[in-house]
Design a protein around this ligand. Sequence first.
Ligand code: NAG
Ligand code: NAG
Ligand code: NAG
Ligand code: NAG
Ligand code: NAG
Ligand code: NAG
Ligand code: NAG
Ligand code: NAG
Ligand code: NAG
Ligand code: NAG
Ligand code: NAG
Ligand code: NAG
Length: 734
Amino acid sequence: MNSPQAMIFSSSSSLISFLFYGLAITCLSSAAVSASYGGNETDYHALLSFKSMITHDPYKVLTSWNHSFHFCDWSGISCGKQHKRVTVLRLDSQGLEGSLSPHVGNLSFLRALGLWNNNFQGTIPHELGRLSRIRILYLDTNKFSGVIPTNLSGCSNLEEIYLNLNNLAGSIPKEMSLLWKLAHLVIEDNKLTGGIPPFMGNITSMESFSAAGNPLSGSIPDTLGLWKSLREFDSGECNLYGNIPPSIFNLSLLVNFSVPVNHLAGNLPSEIGNQLPNLELLQLWGNKLTGVLPPSLSNCSKLLTLEMGDNNFRRKLTIDFSKLRDITDIHIDSNNFHVRDEADDMRFIGSLKNCTIIRTLELSYCSFVGVLPISIGNLSDQLTFLNLVGLTALYLGLNRFNGKIPTTIGKLQNLQILGLDGNQFSGPIPDAIGNLSLLTKLYLYSNKLEGHIPSSIGNCTKLTVFSLADNRLSGKIPKQIIQLPSLSIGLDLSQNSLSGSIPSDIKDLKMLNILDLSYNNLSGTVTSSLGECVSLTMLNLRGNQFQGIIPSSISSLRGLEVLDMSQNNLSGKIPQFFDKRFSLEFLNLSFNDFEGEVPVVGVFANASAFSVLGNNRLCGGLVTLELPKCKEKGKTHSQPSQSVGNERFLKVSYNELLKATDGFSAENLIGEGGFSSVYKGILDANDDRFVAIKVLHLLNRGAHKSFVAECEHANIRHRNVEDNNFISSTDFLQ
Ligand SMILES: *[C@@H]1O[C@H](CO)[C@@H](O)[C@H](O)[C@H]1NC(C)=O
Ligand SMILES: *[C@@H]1O[C@H](CO)[C@@H](O)[C@H](O)[C@H]1NC(C)=O
Ligand SMILES: *[C@@H]1O[C@H](CO)[C@@H](O)[C@H](O)[C@H]1NC(C)=O
Ligand SMILES: *[C@@H]1O[C@H](CO)[C@@H](O)[C@H](O)[C@H]1NC(C)=O
Ligand SMILES: *[C@@H]1O[C@H](CO)[C@@H](O)[C@H](O)[C@H]1NC(C)=O
Ligand SMILES: *[C@@H]1O[C@H](CO)[C@@H](O)[C@H](O)[C@H]1NC(C)=O
Ligand SMILES: *[C@@H]1O[C@H](CO)[C@@H](O)[C@H](O)[C@H]1NC(C)=O
Ligand SMILES: *[C@@H]1O[C@H](CO)[C@@H](O)[C@H](O)[C@H]1NC(C)=O
Ligand SMILES: *[C@@H]1O[C@H](CO)[C@@H](O)[C@H](O)[C@H]1NC(C)=O
Ligand SMILES: *[C@@H]1O[C@H](CO)[C@@H](O)[C@H](O)[C@H]1NC(C)=O
Ligand SMILES: *[C@@H]1O[C@H](CO)[C@@H](O)[C@H](O)[C@H]1NC(C)=O
Ligand SMILES: *[C@@H]1O[C@H](CO)[C@@H](O)[C@H](O)[C@H]1NC(C)=O
């Protein structure tokens, strides 16, 4: 029986096991078994079938699957030492494309099948249900479609099933409840429907269950209270309804309980914190839970993350955080914790003083009433804030805080996001705010702040968005603010009593998208240096006392979508440059003193896209304006601009950008800052000029309603910002 092939095999593998195997075959098998697989032909054929259904193998991992070797030595294969049957087939992250051969169901000694992070498509074969010895099945991060085969229930030794990140549909087969050894079932991010079958409660070995991101619907079955070993339950965004059954709170080993963004209702049991003493993650935000936030949570001393925002919790917040020393994130925003006639809803803040590693404290939109803080409170000699120095985000927006912003806020050196908007803060903005040099987002809008804008804000050199709108601020716009080149999302100083002119240093704001100076007492001419703010998409100067003409430099702002100069004292002719090369969607020049002919091209061609009302010396324009005819004086109207020539106006979709940059690949990354990355790419296959594509990184979570919403809305579209093919896109939120 010794063939040359067998010699090769025996020299490259264990001679002893070969002999053993050769003997076994000689004794037991009457079939003419080729020594090339020197073992079980069923396994051999199953593997060949597996290989034959792989259509792409970029790393050539399957080339070793050839006659020169026994299949036990093929890459990704492990065999039992004695019987030489395949026990492990593991080829994760190999870029494999193709479908999964049903013959794999013949590998009857298989204990682990690991094919995660490839591009398998097609269905998961029912034949896998024959793998009675399999314990581990990792098929996640592929493109499997179809259903979870009911026959998997035949794999009675399965302990771990990972099917997450595929395109599986249909329901979770109730037969799965027969898998009495199953401990980990991970089916996140598929398209599964039909609820969580109550039968699943029978799998009492379950330790972690993750189904997040499936449109499952239905309620959480109370039979899951039988999962006594459960440590992790993760079913966010599953369209779940009803109450959380009380039996769940009996699972005292639970570490992570995460069901955000569902429709869960009802109260939490008052003893939750005593029933679940091991909780590290409690994530219930975005539901319809009501009642009080149970004070027993004060006993969850292992808690790291508490996310209860966006529910209907009410009544006074009485959680004592002093035992929660490891907590890093608290989000309880968008609930109603105010109690009528209570002057101070904020006493709980004092108990945070032992939480020395807290990073995020989100308390916005909670109807809190009180002085900030009342126990962060008497701040001047106050130590409480000091112990919160790790805070990176503090949201207190949309409450009813009053009094001054404490100067000790300057001690929160790590703050990156500060939201105090929508309260009743009064008095000056403390100079100490300039101490917060890591701030990227500062929201102070809609308060009663007065006095000057402190020039120390010029020290916040990472600010990307700053809103002071709707306060009572006066004095000039400090040039230190408009010298912050980091401002990229927006600068909103509207609805105050600011005076003086726009400093010409405004030209430094080259990344700025939105500039709103409306409704102040600003005066002087509209500085021509605004023309250097080439990223502007919205410029609002409405309701000031600007005079003079619209500077011709504005013609450089090709990305402008909204330009509002109404209610000023501007005069002169309406410039001809708002033509097709502009992406203007709305232009408001009303209530000024413009004269001469209203153009009819570009934005002026669409009566609903502009307004010139209240300018008594205008003529011409669209007929619908009902303005007097202009005196014919050498028909100069709509003279095409000199430079139309080869300028290309780019409007591109996100998909085109994706293609141009090869999926924003690292190779195309040509620059990266804290707030944006710049990629190069080729947009048009027939035109090999490179374009630069700027991607702003906006923090989505916790984004503040009005102003930010406006900024982010305005940023969704793509536009050409400069003649040198510079495109800005924020579709790619990070
Ligand atoms: C290989 O395994 C199959 C299934 O376990 C069995 O039916 C067959 O007899 C085996 N063949 C050899 C040559 O061992
Ligand atoms: C068999 O696999 C080995 C190892 O990958 C490789 O070097 C050899 O070229 C392969 N032989 C054939 C015939 O493909
Ligand atoms: C293995 O599986 C395939 C498909 O499920 C089947 O057709 C074949 O007969 C099985 N048995 C052997 C020995 O290959
Ligand atoms: C699926 O399981 C059923 C019942 O055990 C069995 O009759 C059927 O042959 C199995 N199908 C496959 C493809 O193994
Ligand atoms: C699961 O448990 C229920 C009781 O909760 C029992 O009636 C049912 O027969 C069991 N189902 C299976 C498939 O084991
Ligand atoms: C809980 O979730 C965190 C991350 O969210 C994870 O690192 C940790 O392993 C989980 N713990 C358990 C017991 O599942
Ligand atoms: C919780 O567990 C206790 C003790 O095992 C049991 O008596 C009680 O009925 C359980 N409660 C629920 C709601 O399942
Ligand atoms: C916290 O636990 C202690 C000790 O078990 C208990 O006495 C106390 O009532 C609990 N606190 C709350 C608010 O449930
Ligand atoms: C809070 O910290 C202080 C000082 O480290 C300590 O004395 C106190 O016992 C702590 N409180 C709690 C409830 O852990
Ligand atoms: C300041 O603290 C003292 C004692 O802690 C308290 O009595 C007082 O009400 C606090 N005042 C304010 C305005 O918070
Ligand atoms: C600014 O930060 C420094 C360093 O932490 C600190 O010593 C100083 O007191 C802070 N100033 C203000 C006004 O908060
Ligand atoms: C701002 O920075 C300057 C120069 O670094 C420094 O002198 C000043 O104290 C800082 N102001 C604040 C309020 O931090």
